[in-house]
Design a protein around this ligand. Structure first.
Ligand code: NDP
Length: 475
């Protein structure tokens, strides 16, 4: 069995690495081979508590008007018991299961059976068959990029139903939100467990599997790098984009419809959330080919972190602002609304331009213009597992000369704008900015660790030239 052989050689590699006293070496620049106690503790914490955190947030809106403190106080004071809260929680229903199965099946059909046609008539859009980055084993995967078309078809059908056909209410998602949570959890666990077994018994590419020897770490962070079924069903591309990100805008639309139903109007804060997050989602699908070069695809293996995260964490916690606004319809003053819109748009501009600069630079191998000038860069090299040497470049011009992750800074500004739409009465909507700040700072450190493992002294030269991570002059 190729995967089991790879497991054995993984272990040998790990022993050699420890004997040499080297944590990482060139040719081993994918995800970690060893698990330190801090990573293990974090993983165990997340495996145990992440599903409870999601439940707690959604339950607190359902039962406590989105107050995160009141349920805790009630529990501590003995005013309520866990069993009372649990008994009031909606259970899994056949209706929710039916909706969820239809939803996921529809997205699978759009992904697998409808080749991209958008790139044939949308100027500047890169869709159809595209190549990913070189994996640690030296493989270059091909992907069918058709997310934009899946998003458009899904939303056209949604609006057609809301305006003409009326087969179901546009509030359907909100109305079944907790029963759907159980369905999303089932899918998240099934997919992650399947991915783990697949990594052991029938991996897509055995050389791109990693076994740390720690069951929990492997389950959480994944074994296979790019698990696939058949030639085209790529787990990472499918689960991250759809059902997770296609659902994001539909969920927000369902919240807006609920506001309309409950209060007879949609507030400007709800419109801002729909517009700003809608831009972010559309940007993701417009640039899906670029996404093939991001850390999720180029570095992360597919385990619970991505599988469960895409099914549950993303659709439930990234949409908290809209959910909150159903319970607390905030009508912002004009100055506040305009200020938030500007913050969101400037954040988006920085996020997009920074990502675009890197993409353009890498696609043209540096033969392009950044802010009207030839880009400056540092030449670097790395080797894959089989010992092949590759050459690359790290740009030091444009926003990439200001900070090493200015794209994250723009993302954080946008995230703050979403939260500010909700005013300051509750902390629940601010979970997103806190979470994004932790996620992106951790991601920044994780990425730099990986880049150092990959590029060695060349990465040091780069960090000397661009000393700041997120905020020039500060961090
Ligand atoms: P980046 O797009 O910043 O990619 C990092 C990689 O780019 C590095 O590993 C390295 O890869 C390469 N690189 C680093 N520095 C340079 C340079 N100076 N010149 C050229 N290439 C360089 O990170 P992510 O993939 O994490 O993020 C992509 C976007 O997605 C970000 O804008 C982020 O904000 C967003 N994001 C959003 C999340 C959300 O939940 N909303 C979650 C995660 C990300 P190589 O090995 O090729 O050299």
């Amino acid at each position: 069995m190729a995967a089991l052989q790879e497991k054995r050689s993984s272990e040998e590699r790990r022993h050699k690495s420890i004997q040499n006293g080297a944590q990482t070496s060139q040719g081993q620049w994918g995800r970690a081979w060893e698990v330190d106690w801090f990573s293990l503790a974090s993983i165990l914490f997340l495996l145990m508590f992440a599903p409870l955190i999601v439940y707690y947030f959604i339950m607190s809106c359902d039962q406590y008007q989105c107050s995160l403190i009141t349920p805790l106080v009630d529990l501590l004071m003995g005013n309520t018991h866990l069993s009372d809260i649990w008994n009031k929680t909606p259970t899994l229903t056949y209706k929710a299961a039916g909706i969820y199965i239809l939803w996921v099946t529809f997205q699978v059909i759009l992904y697998v059976f409808i080749p991209d046609f958008c790139h044939k008539f949308l100027p500047g859009y890169v869709g159809g068959i595209q190549e990913g980055a070189v994996t640690p084993a030296g493989v270059v995967n091909k992907y069918e990029i058709n997310g934009l078309q899946a998003w458009i078809i899904t939303h056209v059908l949604w609006f057609a139903n809301a305006c003409y056909f009326h087969c179901f209410s546009p509030t359907i998602i909100f109305d079944n939100w907790i029963p759907l949570l159980w369905c999303a959890n089932i899918l998240g666990y099934v997919v992650s467990t399947f991915a783990m077994l697949k990594g052991y018994f029938f991996p897509t590419n055995a050389k791109d599997c990693k076994f740390t020897g720690n069951f929990f770490y492997d389950y959480m962070m994944g074994i296979e790098f790019n698990p696939r079924i058949g030639k085209w069903f790529d787990f990472k591309l499918f689960f991250n984009g759809r059902p997770g990100i296609v659902a994001w805008t539909l969920i927000n639309l369902s919240y807006a419809a609920k506001q309309q139903e409950l209060y007879g109007q949609v507030t400007n804060s709800m419109i801002l959330v729909n517009v700003l997050q809608g831009i972010y989602v559309l940007d993701f699908f417009w640039n899906e080919a670029w996404y093939l070069k991001t850390i999720d695809i180029c570095h992360d293996h597919f385990g619970w972190y991505l599988g469960w995260g895409d099914c549950v964490w993303l659709p439930y916690l990234y949409t908290l602002q809209g959910l909150y606004l159903v319970y607390h319809p905030v009508q912002l003053g004009t100055a506040n609304a305009v200020g938030i819109l500007i913050l969101g748009l400037v954040g988006y501009y920085i996020f997009r331009v920074t990502n675009h600069q890197k993409d353009l630079f890498r696609r043209t191998n540096g033969n392009c213009k950044i802010w009207g000038r030839k880009p400056e860069y540092i030449e670097c090299s790395y080797t894959s597992v089989d010992g092949t040497k590759y050459y690359s470049k790290l740009m030091t011009s444009g926003f990439w000369g200001w900070a090493r992750h200015f794209n994250y800074t723009g993302d954080l500004m946008g995230s703050l704008a979403y939260c500010l739409t909700c005013g300051f009465a509750h902390i629940l909507p601010y979970f997103y900015i806190v979470y994004m700040a932790i996620l992106l700072t951790h991601r920044c450190i994780r990425d730099e660790h990986r880049c150092f493992s990959k590029y060695g002294k060349d990465w040091k030269r780069y960090t000397t030239k661009v000393p700041y991570r997120l905020i020039p002059g500060m961090f």
